[in-house]
Design a binder for this molecule. Structure first.
Ligand code: CTP
Length: 399
């Protein structure tokens, strides 16, 4: 999900090369995300793929003529004004050389020159010897100094069989970077510690105690804060989720004691701390590293795990914002308010985990934010959107 690309005007400039077919997938994804794409192509790009393919896949207009002035509508100035983001993918050494030196002899290069100060992203894709040629590298450096964001090509087998740096990157990388460029940076210089997922307590070599938490809510919070400029540390229990590339610092832990250790180590460095993890409250008293026989585990002996959040509530300084989650199935508000007070939190996020359509292990959530002063209900939505609302709440109330 890329909420900040939705309804944004995205101008995809395509130059030539075999990787051009991957630009079609990028366009298709932009359309599905809900962005408004338009495409411009170089003459050489058109000799690889017809402009009609781009037009059909993107359900959008495709331009390639610089002098196609209609009723005073001048393509390069109008398109450069229209776009919120300019992506050049794939970008050849030739287009890189032209743009870095201000040459404007076709629609792609003139639009780039007219585009100036808004978000702009370039994806160099070419043979390794061309990529590593000092002229090309120095042109890329110049582009970077001129405000272009560059997604470096990947290493691997190239179209002509040579191996090296020059491959077109994964389109997800391009989308993540685009989303980053179009997201407001209201949490710049803020440090945020987020825990996510369950903790797992081993019973023996093959069995364990845990819960149904998938970690999605915590991961979406970590992404949202990262997109908005915060320096995020994510401490994750075991999950099946892919590591989000936008989150730069991730630690993986297994059980509650490991999570506690890591959280306590990071806690003082952070301005905002969110315990979204579903922490296992108990661990096994006599863990066995052999597989136990079934008769010997009928009466499991448990011991209590530390309450990490409560400990943080005792340690926190006045400037830190401490947030907990309350996973409840009954007496929802009453239980959440009790936790808010007992754990000394700035606010608590109440989750009804008895429902199948929200909470544990699904894409959506519906929450109430409860502080000492107020309660705010946030309607059911995708967890990324819910994470956005939580960030907005923090920004509005605390900064
Ligand atoms: N929490 C924690 N350490 C624990 C248990 C919970 O840090 N050992 C944190 C959770 O990450 C969450 C908040 O405390 O932010 C509330 O967790 P929850 O499971 O709803 O409640 P508990 O405190 O465990 O109480 P109960 O299980 O009785 O509802």
């Amino acid at each position: 999900m890329y909420p900040y690309l939705k309804n944004k005007n995205i101008l995809l400039s395509v130059s030539s090369g075999i990787a051009i077919y991957k630009a079609i997938d990028l366009l298709s994804r932009l359309r599905k995300i809900g962005a408004n794409p338009k495409v411009i192509m170089t003459k050489n790009a058109q000799s690889w793929i017809s402009d009609q393919v781009f037009s059909a896949v993107g359900n959008c207009e495709v331009y390639y003529e610089i002098f196609d002035v209609k009723g005073g509508w001048i393509p390069h100035t109008e398109l450069s004004r229209w776009a919120d983001l300019l992506i050049i993918a794939p970008a050849t050494a030739n287009i890189i050389a032209k743009i870095s030196h201000g040459i404007a002899d076709d629609l792609v290069s003139s639009t780039a020159l007219a585009y100036s100060k808004k978000a702009k992203l370039i994806v160099p894709t070419m043979n390794v010897r061309m990529y590593e040629n000092p002229t090309n590298l120095s042109n890329l450096k110049m582009l970077n100094e001129q405000g272009w964001h560059i997604i470096e090509p990947e290493e691997g087998e190239l179209a002509d069989g040579e191996v090296g740096k020059g491959r077109y990157p994964d389109n997800i990388k391009i989308l993540v970077h685009s989303e980053y460029l179009l997201t407001k940076k209201d949490f710049l210089n803020k440090k945020v510690l987020i825990t996510a997922g369950p903790t797992v307590e081993k019973i023996d070599a093959v069995r364990f105690i845990s819960n149904r938490s998938s970690g999605k809510m915590g991961y979406e919070l970590a992404k949202e804060f990262s997109y908005r400029g915060a320096e995020v540390t994510l401490i994750s229990g075991p999950t099946n989720l892919a590591t989000p590339s936008i989150v730069k610092k991730i630690y993986r832990v297994e059980n509650t004691q490991e999570m506690r250790e890591k959280v306590l180590k990071e806690f003082q460095k952070n301005d905002i701390i969110i315990m979204s993890s579903a922490v296992s409250d108990f661990r096994i008293k006599n863990y066995s590293n052999q597989k136990l026989k079934k008769d010997s585990i009928i009466n499991l002996e448990l011991e209590k795990n530390p309450d990490i959040l409560k400990e943080l509530g005792e340690k926190k300084n006045e400037d830190q914002i401490l947030i907990g989650f309350a996973a409840e199935t009954e007496n929802l508000k009453e239980n959440a308010k009790k936790k808010l007070k007992e754990k000394n939190l700035d606010f608590i996020i109440l989750n009804d985990v008895s429902r199948n359509d929200i909470g544990f292990d699904v894409e959506d959530n519906e929450i109430s934010i409860i502080s000492r002063k107020e309660e705010l209900r946030i309607d059911k939505n995708n967890k990324r959107i819910i994470a956005g609302h939580i960030c907005d709440y923090i920004f509005d109330r605390f900064f």
